[in-house]
Ligand binder design. Structure first.
Ligand SMILES: [Zn+2]
Length: 244
């Protein structure tokens, strides 16, 4: 469940991310009435099993819905803001009624991780890295993007325009350097080793630096900025961003 919109007197329109049909718009008639059978299961960012009927026009009609047991995104504003980012990006990369390989599974995994993680930023950063990879926009992390020499074990400049890190020879004077710790965590995330990632100690400075690289890379490839990302930035003052 990516998005919801109140409609008419008691209806609600949802944007659903589905396993087999990509992004689907559906109306739940009477969902806002207290006695509605549909309403309680249709939570924003929730994971549901839904039966859709063909409607008039572009919208399907929600015939039956059941919550899938498991995660529940609730509580603090920060967690909801990161859920909104996962939803917005998933929605952006999916076309209507056309699945993009892996996006549904990634969204479900990430929302589940988000609901269990004590620091929502960790789950959201992992999602961003994996989403970049799915889209073919993952930053190059092991070799200089300009000369292809292997990166040495030291801080390096990052350029979203170039799509990765630059070694000393190729970085322009004055480009801010991204700490080695950040580059190492990014490599671990890119390897898909979620178990090890979960056990890493990431302080706020390191987290901010990781987010800086990932969001610079993401925003370089999107034609419009993500609203939810701007909201998160406004909410959590992040340290200097590592973009070139
Ligand atoms: Zn180079």
């Amino acid at each position: 469940m990516l998005r919801k919109l109140d409609y008419g007197e008691a209806d609600r329109i949802f944007t659903l991310l589905t396993r087999t049909h990509g992004k689907v718009g559906a109306i739940a008639k009477g969902a806002r009435r207290p006695e509605s059978k549909l309403g309680p299961s249709l939570e924003l960012y929730g994971h549901v099993d839904v039966l859709l009927a063909k409607g008039r026009g572009d919208l399907d009609v929600v015939a039956q819905v059941q919550r899938v047991p498991g995660y529940r995104i609730e509580g603090d504003m920060e967690r909801m803001a990161h859920a909104a980012l996962i939803a917005e990006l998933s929605e952006r990369v999916c076309e209507d009624r056309h699945p993009v390989d892996g996006v549904y599974e990634l969204a479900v995994l990430s929302l589940d991780e988000l609901s269990r993680e004590s620091d929502p930023r960790r789950a959201s950063a992992y999602f961003l890295m994996t989403a970049l990879d799915l889209l073919g926009y993952a930053p190059q992390l092991s070799a200089c993007v300009s000369c292809e020499r292997a990166l040495e074990a030291k801080p390096a400049a990052f350029s979203a325009e170039a799509g990765g890190f630059l070694d000393e020879r190729c970085a322009l004077p004055g480009m801010p350097l991204v700490p080695l710790a950040t580059i190492k965590v990014l490599r671990l995330m890119a390897s898909g080793d979620l178990d090890t990632y979960r056990r890493l100690k990431l302080d706020a400075t390191l987290m901010g630096s990781i987010e800086g690289v990932l969001t610079a890379q993401l925003e370089h490839h999107l034609d419009r900025r993500l609203k939810s990302l701007q909201f998160i930035h406004a909410m959590v003052p992040s340290p200097r961003r590592g973009e070139g």
